[in-house]
Design a protein around this ligand. Structure first.
Ligand SMILES: [Zn+2]
Length: 255
């Protein structure tokens, strides 16, 4: 077996943990990672090594993407998979990074009327099934500067990625054996229905009304709260907070 081929295969299968200097640099810029216990930090360092070895970053529209920023994106993307491990990152390779918000063309076909509407959506992140993860760098940096404001675009898009590991997104990711699927579906459906009803009536909600767009967006939005404002999530819905804690592990975020 050619030595170079073997080295490449070994590096792919068991990438080394991130080197000390870039690890310390990224840790200093990521308050969420700083608050993990040392055991989870070591696991995160290993996962970031895997992420950087297997994913490809692409700067779009002149985004200024340094190695340090790629490491910071990888760090934030790996925090939600600390409990599931590297297998939860399978099935896709590319991370596309825009400097800020980006526009995408959308068309919608109404089955009832047959009308197709077209338009531009302005996004800060997007996750494709078996395709790329797309991020606005300005919003990634805003989340690092304001980690406890309830929003985290990387956590949101990684939640979609986890949800899509078993097919089109439906708000139910592949669950570990200690979480009964039935319990998840009942609790999330109840919480989603309550939020949708509150939004329809124009009531104030603790969970961002965007979560009422569909069960997939609900899962992604409450995942952001788990990592950014777990106390708010618990006040909004204790059952969903418990299930996310069982799925992701205890959030290190304050309050
Ligand atoms: Zn979303």
């Amino acid at each position: 077996m050619p030595a170079a081929w073997w080295r490449r295969l070994r590096a792919y299968l068991t990438p080394p943990p991130l080197d000390e200097a870039p690890w310390q640099q990224a840790l200093a810029a990521c308050p969420l990672a700083q608050r993990l216990d040392s055991c989870r930090q070591q696991e995160l360092r290993r996962l970031v090594g895997v992420f950087l070895a297997r994913k490809r970053f692409h700067a779009l529209a002149d985004a200024e993407l340094s190695d340090a920023l790629c490491t910071l994106i990888a760090m934030q993307a790996c925090i939600p998979v600390l409990q599931q491990g590297p297998k939860a990152l399978r099935g896709w390779r590319d991370v596309l990074v825009y400097p800020g918000e980006f526009k995408v063309k959308r068309s919608h076909h109404d089955d009832r009327t047959g009308v197709v509407t077209e338009g531009d959506d302005v996004l800060i992140g997007e996750a494709w099934e078996r395709g790329p993860l797309v991020l606005s760098l300005a919003d990634v940096q805003l989340d690092l500067a304001q980690p406890w404001d309830g929003y985290n675009v990387v956590a949101h898009e990684i939640a979609h990625k986890l949800d899509m590991l078993d097919g089109p997104p439906d708000g139910v990711p592949v669950l570990p054996p200690h979480i009964p699927r039935r319990q998840w579906i009942v609790a999330f459906q109840r919480a989603f229905d309550r939020l949708s009803s509150d939004v329809a009536r124009g009531r104030d909600t603790l969970i961002d009304p965007y979560a009422a767009e569909g069960p997939d967006e609900f899962f992604a939005v409450v995942s952001e709260l788990h990592w950014s404002q777990p106390g708010v999530l618990r006040r909004a819905d204790g059952a969903v907070a418990d299930l996310l804690q069982a799925y992701y592990g205890v959030s290190p975020a304050p309050g």
